[in-house]
Design a protein around this ligand. Structure first.
Ligand SMILES: *Cc1c(COP(=O)(O)O)cnc(C)c1O
Length: 374
């Protein structure tokens, strides 16, 4: 038996969610965020489909991720959000760096001049996230200085929200006002088109006026709202990932039998306990001990006892007809029942982003609807 879980990646659901993004953002350009192996969904498979759907641009965190996409045959423009490198790959593989400090701008400009090849860059400003981005008092002057550097072309201006739930009087509202004000002062000085973008999934889903020239969603492409289940339903997003495994074996325990490390669960009746070939090493967090459900034969079965490194137990006493090798759903639907990443996240004390990246990155992925070769 294969250890851990299988993640089914439904690329048609991805296309559906992209259409939701396009509709909600008034058909603005979409910069699709595929960092962290497309939030655990597999960056190559996901990017292949997004490219076929005519995406404007992809965004990754680090250069290495962009190179993986290029060697997998992805041709779309790729924005590299966070990396600080010497810049050579950006020219060789046609990547777009995000510039968030003046030093990097100088280095990129020198490299571009040396190669006699102008380089498109996007400049990032910090409007309140407190992470990366130009944030001096003279941010306008800093950007104008970059614009005058040899062989650099400011093709984009961006910022990032710190709120994952967007509201007009939240921090995000203030960030947006700052960003728009900067844009209005900057554009007449630059006298050219610059693609301005700030909208993450939360901003797209809130139908805020943060769309500007392009939107930059991640999570919602994978079928979830950062704001939880409510908005998720309104927007009609479809989860792209389904995670499943099979029952390794079933034990029959007498009443009063402790289950798993520390005996944190003790059977209160004669019980059927299914042992599953998945554990925290497979991304099924230990915080889910005695604290989550899985689906078997369309019924919820509670996880009992501690989640181990390679094994997890579930009480299947009430699952009629249950047998070894039955399919077990950790994330996704079966019969009429569904386990969402929101649910698992709440149980594990985390967010849907982390549930998707941890389960997805450690599961064996199967793409539904993939073009040949991916
Ligand atoms: C991750 C990320 C996004 C996407 O955010 P979501 O909440 O997943 O939509 C957009 N921009 C930047 C800079 C990011 O790091």
């Amino acid at each position: 038996m294969h250890r851990g879980a299988v993640a089914d990646i439904d690329l048609d659901a991805l296309s559906h969610n992209l259409n939701v993004v396009r509709t909600l953002s008034g058909d603005r350009g979409v910069i699709a965020v595929v960092k962290a192996d497309a939030y655990g969904h597999g960056a190559l498979g996901v990017s292949g489909r997004l490219e076929a759907e005519g995406i404007s641009c992809l965004a990754v965190a680090y250069t290495e991720e962009a190179l993986t996409l290029r060697s997998g045959g992805i041709h779309s423009p790729i924005l590299v959000l966070f990396d600080k490198t010497d810049g050579t790959e950006f020219f060789e593989y046609n990547l777009i760096p995000v510039i968030y400090d003046l030093d990097s701008a100088v280095r990129f400009s020198e490299e571009a001049r040396r190669r006699n090849r102008p380089l498109d860059v996007h400049v990032k400003v910090d409007t309140g996230m407190g992470r990366l981005g130009l944030n001096s008092e003279n941010v306008l002057d800093d950007i104008l200085a970059i614009s005058k550097m040899d062989s650099l072309n400011i093709a984009g201006l961006m910022s990032h929200f710190s709120d994952t739930c967007f509201g007009g009087d939240s921090i995000a509202g203030e960030q947006l006002r700052k960003f728009v004000a900067l844009r209005e002062r900057l554009l007449p000085r630059l006298k050219k088109k610059v693609l301005c973008h700030i909208a993450n999934s939360a901003a797209v889903l809130s139908s805020s006026d943060a769309g500007l020239d392009a939107v930059r969603p991640g999570l919602m492409l994978y079928g979830y709202s950062p704001c939880g289940a409510g908005v998720h339903r309104t927007a009609n997003l479809k989860p792209v990932m389904r995670v499943r495994t099979r029952i390794l074996t079933i034990r029959r325990f007498r009443r009063g039998t402790p289950v798993s490390y520390g005996g944190t669960f003790v059977t209160e009746r004669e019980s059927l306990i299914a042992v599953l070939p998945i554990g925290y090493a497979d991304g099924y967090g230990r915080a889910l001990s005695n604290n989550a459900d899985v689906l078997i034969r369309g019924k919820r079965a509670p996880v009992v006892g501690r989640v181990c490194m390679d094994l997890t137990m579930a009480d299947v006493t009430e699952v009629e007809g249950v047998k070894e090798d039955d399919e077990v759903i950790l994330l996704g639907s079966q019969g009429g029942a569904e386990i969402t990443a929101h649910e698992v996240a709440a149980e594990a004390g985390t967010i849907s982003y982390e549930v998707l990246t941890s389960l997805g990155s450690r599961s064996k992925r199967i793409f539904k609807g993939a073009a040949k070769g991916i």
